[in-house]
Design a protein around this ligand. Structure first.
Ligand code: NAD
Length: 425
């Protein structure tokens, strides 16, 4: 249970929040856009952009701009005030958001190690959640998130926004309609020109940062100056490497297009090949997934060489469909002749609009990427990373993705917690 709040207060405020939300929804169920939705945003780099999308929607109030880095909270609040004419409260502790009975939803764009705990605490407090990708830091947390959303009847959308992009939806619809015959294979890639993160130095965190709350559920480690902001992605304690960072977007599309859930075999190759520095996660990484339906996915990431900006290719018995990162797609026949080419969109505002509609109607099933759908895609990233970390291929249960006959690999299924912040569903 989060420190500072005692359990009774927390449960009381959760009950009030849930009842207030239910009453408001009940009163206005027939006029969905009429209902004001109040949100608080936690983590304000990516979160600042998402906050602006929320603030730009009709009848939405961004009441809190929350960041443990005071300068980021103040900066986001000022930008939102410029945009809307009203300043959100700049705060440092997201429990203020959960405690406010008028808040409908928490938007979580804090680092990955916070995604599941914050989502679970928010569901327990009666809040809906828009949480950034990857939905969880490890597989166990993904299972907990699905359970928490169901148990508390909350709407939990995950920020793989392409699920709501018109071009992506149309392209995947064509695959499902058999436009290129049976689709049996997908290839996803990521390429960038990231530099070295160097070697960090331990020391005092900057005065504007609440480092204890930044770490939260992750067991306490000393502050190191090249871990944050952003570079926590490259340390297993907080992040999930490029596979969990950018890979999750494309793996989610692959899984959706192929119509598969959990793999039966996962392999990995790669390493930190380009720079000799503190980064733990690979900069060059290939992960492959086989499914019992006779289908497969390969993801290849080059974090330090931007050549080749392919995004996702689907291979079918009578043709190919390629998707760009922006949602445009092209269909080819088996002679590689272009059959159809369509410009698309990324889906960012649409994903938020979809979330707000589901919140207003309290209908988790209306989500384009609810947590139950996002988790199996995120699990592919985790399994690819576990295969990398153990150095061997994994066999998995097709029913739930659990790793079979490999107790060492299963140790990566869950993590240790700072006891003050361990989520319990
Ligand atoms: N959907 C997308 O396209 C997309 C794009 C970029 C980032 N993301 C996701 O958004 C998340 C954040 O990424 P980023 O690039 O902004 O990282 P970042 O490290 O630059 O920013 C994270 C922010 O969260 C703050 N934070 C940490 N703990 C907090 C807490 N307990 N309460 C409030 N704030 C806290 C940090 O101080 C920091 O300002 C990541 O999970 C990333 O995967 C998604």
């Amino acid at each position: 249970m989060p420190n500072e709040l005692n359990r009774r207060q927390f449960l009381d405020s959760a009950a009030v929040g849930t009842m207030a939300a239910a009453a408001a929804l009940g009163a206005r169920a027939d006029a969905p856009f009429d209902r004001r939705v109040v949100v608080g945003v936690m983590g304000l780099m990516r979160g600042k952009a998402v906050a602006k999308v929320f603030a730009g929607q009709p009848n939405v109030e961004v009441r809190y701009a929350c960041d443990v880095d005071r300068t980021r909270a103040a900066d986001a609040a000022a930008e939102l005030e410029k945009m809307t004419g009203t300043a959100p409260q700049a705060i440092g502790d997201f429990r203020t958001i959960l405690d406010d009975p008028e808040v409908d939803a928490l938007v979580c764009a804090a680092p990955n190690h916070w995604h599941a705990p914050a989502t679970i605490f928010a569901c327990q407090a009666g809040k809906h959640v828009y949480v950034e990708k990857p939905c969880c830091h490890n597989p166990q947390e993904g299972e907990w998130m699905v359970e928490a959303a169901r148990k508390h009847g909350r709407v939990v959308q995950v920020g793989t926004q392409r699920r709501s992009g018109a071009g992506f939806r149309e392209a995947i619809g064509l695959l499902h309609a058999g436009e290129i015959g049976r689709v049996y294979s997908a290839r996803a890639t990521y390429a960038a020109a990231r530099g070295s993160i160097g070697h960090g130095t331990q020391g005092e965190p900057p005065a504007e940062l609440d480092y204890a709350l930044w770490q939260g559920p992750a067991p306490v480690r000393p502050y190191v100056d090249n871990h944050l902001h952003y570079n926590w992605h490259w340390f297993w304690h907080y992040g999930n490497g490029e596979l969990g960072n950018n890979g999750v977007h494309t793996l989610d599309l692959c899984r959706w297009g192929l119509g598969v859930d959990y793999p039966v075999r996962v392999t990995s190759s790669g390493g930190r090949y380009v720079f000799d520095d503190d980064q733990e996660t690979p900069d060059t990484h290939t992960a492959a997934f086989e499914f019992e339906e006779g289908k497969s996915i390969v993801w290849q990431g080059h974090s330090c060489n931007p050549y080749g900006q392919d995004f996702v290719n689907f291979y079918g018995e009578s043709g190919t469909l390629t998707l760009t990162s922006g949602g445009s797609y092209t269909l080819y026949d088996l002679k590689n002749k272009v059959v159809k080419q369509v410009e698309g969109t990324l889906g960012e505002p649409e994903h938020v609009t979809n979330f707000l509609a589901a919140v207003r109607s309290e209908t988790p099933d209306a989500l384009n990427c609810g947590v139950a759908e996002a988790y199996p895609s995120t699990l592919l990233c985790h399994l690819g990373n576990i295969a990398h970390r153990t150095g061997r291929s994994l066999r998995c249960d097709a029913a739930n993705g659990h790793i079979l006959d490999d107790a060492d690999a299963m140790q990566y299924w869950a993590r240790e917690y700072n006891p003050d912040w361990k989520p319990v569903v």
